[in-house]
Design a binder for this molecule. Structure first.
Ligand SMILES: [Zn+2]
Length: 52
């Protein structure tokens, strides 16, 4: 099974990579690392442009 392609949501774009980036974003945010959180936010935006 390919989890990244299943349940494709064009607007939300919750593919496996999205979930990974989001998880890392929350981890950084919880740790109080705003710089890293912002970097993940940029990474997410870039990923959604390229992959979705
Ligand atoms: Zn994605």
């Amino acid at each position: 099974m390919n989890e990244s392609v299943a349940d494709a949501q064009p607007l939300q774009g919750h593919c496996a990579e999205c979930r990974r980036i989001k998880a890392e974003y929350y981890r950084a945010w919880r740790a109080g690392d705003r710089v890293a959180a912002e970097a993940w936010c940029v990474t997410m935006g870039r990923h959604q442009r390229v992959a979705h």
